[in-house]
Design a protein around this ligand. Structure first.
Ligand code: C2E
Ligand code: MG
Ligand code: MG
Ligand code: MG
Length: 293
């Protein structure tokens, strides 16, 4: 297909065929726009509270990136993180998110001394595989002045599994520095707790789909399926605790779910029931209204 490139005003042959056409093109345009957008500062970070189920207080926050696109408005990470991973732009973007998040967590610490609010930052596979993430983290902690103990990094199982020892070396080095490591989206992949327990991992984040049981009961089975699912979640929490891991459940949308989850002994919860992701001031407001004792 001959395709007219508006960017440089030249006609050129591209790989796009008619079938894959428009969607491919949009993806391509977004992907190539990512790096310059990082440099122009078009990204923003929102923060979602991580709530202790035992005391109802905010213990930490997850940082979630958004793209304030000049034409398409606020884009959710699902729209561009996969593209950023493919193109490699995730490396500079991820580093920017890390620094922005650590700087913010440092501000919360300054404003609320003793609050010990930690920041939990998502790390993409390519940051571990293709960049010196250990050096980047050390540099960012140094520059922002955030105590190492207040940084948690979230990675998925699939990002650390594989033939190479590189990710494990990086995890070990980060853990040795005192950074906490959380396994994100637990329950969607292999969910191999025996394997994970041998790694320098401190926490599990149960994916929203994993705790579906707490959302609604399956119709027509008298709640039996839900009861079984709740038992499974409870067992995973117990096993994780036995292995020395803390557990956070994602996607808690109402009080009933939060209460049933609390009964499993799960440590932290995150979800719209408590707060949606928002501006850093929202976290500060909560810390002011409800200080941790
Ligand atoms: P995640 O790390 O599993 O983050 C949790 C997602 O669940 C977030 O979606 C959050 O907004 C959403 N969520 C929170 N509470 C609820 C709830 O009660 N109900 C439902 N249905 N959803 C809830 P978001 O912000 O759209 O982010 C999507 C994914 O994008 C994240 O999933 C993470 O994998 C990725 N992501 C976000 N920021 C970054 C980043 O800075 N770097 C990297 N590598 N990935 C990121
Ligand atoms: Mg996450
Ligand atoms: Mg998650
Ligand atoms: Mg998830």
């Amino acid at each position: 297909t001959l395709y007219w490139s508006k960017a440089d005003g030249r006609a050129r042959w591209t790989l796009y065929d008619r079938d894959r056409g428009a969607d491919q093109l949009t993806r391509h345009l977004l992907a190539t726009a990512l790096r310059p957008a990082v440099e122009r500062g078009e990204f923003v970070v929102e923060y979602q509270p991580l709530v202790g189920l035992a005391d109802g207080a905010v213990h930490g926050a997850e940082s979630l990136v958004r793209w304030r696109h000049p034409r398409y408005g606020l884009l959710s990470p699902d729209r561009f993180i996969p593209l950023a991973e493919e193109s490699g732009a995730i490396v500079p973007l991820g580093k920017w998110v890390l620094e922005e998040s650590c700087r913010q967590a440092r501000r919360w610490l300054d404003e609320f001394p003793g609050s010990e609010t930690f920041i939990s930052v998502n790390l993409a596979a390519r940051q571990i595989w293709d960049s010196d993430v250990v050096a980047d983290v050390a540099e960012v902690l140094e520059r922002t002045g955030l105590p190492t103990r207040l940084l948690q990094l979230e990675i998925t199982e699939s990002a650390i599994l594989g033939p190479s020892g590189r990710p494990l070396q990086a995890l070990q080095a980060l853990a040795d520095m005192g950074v906490r490591i959380a396994i994100d989206d637990f329950g969607t992949g292999y969910s191999n707790l025996a394997y994970l327990s041998r790694l320098p991992v401190h926490a599990l984040k149960l994916d929203g789909t994993f705790i579906e049981a707490f959302r609604e009961s399956a119709p027509g089975d008298g709640g039996r399926r839900r009861a079984a699912d709740e038992q499974i979640v409870g067992a995973v929490v117990q096993l994780a605790h036995a292995l020395g891991l803390t557990v956070t459940a994602e996607g808690i949308e109402n009080a009933a779910q939060a209460e049933r989850l609390r009964q499993t002994g799960c440590d932290f919860a995150q979800g719209w029931h408590f707060a949606r992701p928002g501006a850093p001031d929202r976290i500060a407001e909560i810390l002011r209204e409800r200080p941790r004792r």
